[in-house]
Design a protein around this ligand. Structure first.
Ligand code: AMP
Length: 395
């Protein structure tokens, strides 16, 4: 696996696919620069070598050319994060782009207009990819967030750089850290899978069962397991058609010597709201009219104990409705236990939209080993899929 560190970019133009799909507010201002910051190391490496950077990205889901999705809106943020003047080009292919690139000097940085203004980007059009490929000497893929897409700029383009292509530092570290959980993990390995639905996590669970010693299940999805085992779950979230599947996971886990830890108690509420009346009761005795919205104190102790014994931890999905303060204690307790284990030398990887949001909200980002930047891409890697953006680079 080649990275930018295997190349000298002196007098070379690096064509870098970044993931600058950042959130914008109504005034079209960037509200979170995490993704820009994540690409900085790769950009700096190229510039310090004496090379120049041509950055290309998508932003949002435009339908053709729509000004509100222009990358122009994020140019100031790129300048302040990277600390280098940025030249914006109002197209990503064609004469304008070719001319701007041909005039570039070492140390300069160009940002191209939104790739998705052309439908050919998502269609993975080969001709479009070839036009893009003319804008650089070395192709660098640093867009982990879109590595699971077979788009023109993320995978099709790689064939036009038979030798001169490599991973950016962000993408390389994502692969390395996810690899620490999936292939080079120190035992005992614990996966914590939470969130709303069993159906969206089932492929991950099945893929990781061979690699883990403990499986902690929390969040809304736990209730499908509890009901399948004969428990009363009141009005808690449930996928009735997934009960068989839940039982089959428990059976597979047993055959593979994986200890499954389900919640034993729950914070129940009489309404899905911060104003609801609440109680703490055994997870399998929830009466009608009440729903479990967080795990209870006994469960927190049980989960913490397992976490503190683990040497490798994967966390995907909250164990309660953490967005509401009343139902956030379980997720906070879990996050704190992971932070403590990490302090004691455990490797911890957090990934997937909502657990990343939880880690940020509870200020735990610096207390876990690695927070993955790519929601869908990370989930697909955990599901055991080969990502097109990674595969194309290895050919
Ligand atoms: P996911 O995207 O599948 O990881 O699900 C995350 C969502 O699951 C969050 O928005 C949580 O509020 C929600 N969630 C977690 N626990 C529960 C629960 N017990 N009941 C309903 N929703 C939950």
């Amino acid at each position: 696996m080649k990275t930018v560190n295997d190349f000298n970019f002196e007098n070379k133009k690096a064509l870098i696919r970044v993931d600058f799909n950042v959130p914008l507010n109504k005034e079209l201002e960037v509200t979170d620069t995490t993704r820009i910051k994540a690409a900085k190391a790769t950009i700096i490496k190229v510039l310090e070598d004496g090379g120049s950077c041509v950055l290309m990205s998508h932003l949002g889901r435009p339908n053709g050319k729509e000004d509100k999705f222009s990358l122009q809106h994020i140019v100031d943020d790129i300048e302040s994060v990277v600390g280098v003047e940025v030249k914006f080009v109002s197209d990503c292919i064609g004469e304008k782009a070719m001319e701007a690139v041909s005039k570039m000097r070492p140390g300069e940085l160009i940002v191209l207009e939104n790739l998705r203004f052309y439908k050919e980007e998502k269609a993975g059009d080969k001709n479009f990819a070839e036009q893009l490929s003319k804008l650089g000497d070395i192709y660098v893929n640093d867009a982990f967030g879109t590595a699971h897409r077979a788009h023109a700029s993320t995978s099709v383009i790689a064939q036009f750089f038979p030798e001169n292509k490599c991973f950016g530092l962000l993408l390389a570290s994502e692969i390395e850290n996810i690899g620490k959980v999936l292939t080079h993990s120190e035992k005992p390995v614990t996966a914590i899978i939470g969130g709303a639905k069993v159906s969206s996590k089932i492929t991950i669970i099945e893929n990781i069962l061979d690699k883990i010693d403990h499986l902690i299940i929390g969040g809304g999805m736990a209730f499908t397991f509890i009901k399948a085992q004969g428990g009363s779950i009141g009005n808690s979230l449930v996928e009735d058609d997934k009960q068989e599947l839940a039982l089959s996971i428990l059976k597979q886990a047993k055959e593979k010597n994986v200890a499954v830890h389900l919640p034993v108690d729950a914070i129940v509420a009489d309404d899905f709201s911060e104003e609801a009346n609440t109680d703490i009761i055994a997870i399998d005795t929830i009466p009608d009219g009440w729903m479990g919205l967080d795990v209870g104190p006994k469960t927190n102790m049980l989960f913490s104990e397992v976490i503190l014994q683990s040497k490798t931890i994967l966390w995907n999905g909250p164990v309660g409705v953490f967005e509401m303060e009343k139902f956030s204690k379980g997720t906070i307790s879990l996050g704190n236990a992971i932070a403590e284990a990490t302090k004691n030398g455990t490797f911890s990887l957090v990934g997937g939209g909502d657990s990343v949001a939880a880690v940020k909200q509870f200020n735990l980002s610096d207390k876990v080993s690695y927070v993955s930047t790519g929601g869908g891409a990370m989930l697909e890697m955990l599901e055991g899929k080969t990502l097109p953006g990674i595969e194309a680079m290895l050919k």
